[in-house]
Design a protein around this ligand. Structure first.
Ligand SMILES: O=C(O)CCC(=O)C(=O)O
Length: 203
């Protein structure tokens, strides 16, 4: 189950967002970065839009119609399925212990590289995923959250809540913040990596 010391006083968080600074030690972060840096990152295309951030996907990818875009050649290919390497499996166990969700339910893993100046726009994660857990590495970023606009309404950023995601921290989005809020990361100032693990919605 969620560890009780998580609920210590801190900055206001969106409803049902868990944020745990120093989830990893500095040594664990360095070891993860050693594993991550040589990965074959590629930009991903979502319909007509090619993201600036670069990603490597592990585990199941159940969102169809997404393709890799090779940065140099601009050639596209379907996302391959890559089994979780040991470092992701070990991290998954840690996340499972923290959230109380069985490790095997985290079927999807995404490693993302944000070069300086790279953002991720306002979005809510694909509906086939349920709980979303994210680890931040190397440098901090700002993550902004706002309630999902009602159908036909404009988004209301006056209600936005900003959380600084420190390197080595973990956040978990579930329930209200997962389904009824959007999030985005403004352009990062310094190179940042994240590892995002997601459970599948149960049928
Ligand atoms: O980099 C992060 O921590 C957030 C990634 C994200 O929002 C996404 O992949 O949908």
């Amino acid at each position: 189950m969620i560890q009780p010391d998580f609920f210590s006083a801190g900055p206001a968080l969106p409803p049902d967002l868990l944020y745990r600074p120093d989830f990893l030690s500095a040594e664990e972060e360095s070891a993860l970065l050693e594993e991550i840096r040589p990965l074959g990152f590629r930009r991903a295309r979502f319909q007509q839009y090619t993201a600036l951030r670069r990603v490597v996907r592990f585990g199941s990818e159940s969102v169809p119609n997404r393709v890799w875009v090779d940065k140099e050649s601009e050639e596209e290919e379907a996302f391959p399925r890559i089994d979780f390497p040991p470092f992701i499996l070990a991290l998954r166990e840690r996340i499972a212990a923290f959230t109380g969700i069985p490790a095997a339910r985290f079927e999807h893993g995404l490693v993302t590289e944000y070069q300086p100046g790279t953002p991720i726009g306002w979005h809510r994660d694909a509906p086939n995923h349920e709980t979303v857990a994210g680890i931040s590495l190397q440098n901090a970023c700002r993550m902004r959250f706002r309630p999902l606009p009602r159908r036909g309404s404009k988004p209301d950023s006056s209600q936005a809540i900003e959380v600084v995601l420190e390197p080595r921290s973990l956040y978990v989005m579930r329930d209200e913040v997962r389904w009824n809020w959007q999030h985005h990361i403004p352009a990062v100032k310094s190179l940042r990596y994240s590892i995002t693990m997601r459970t599948q919605v149960r049928p």
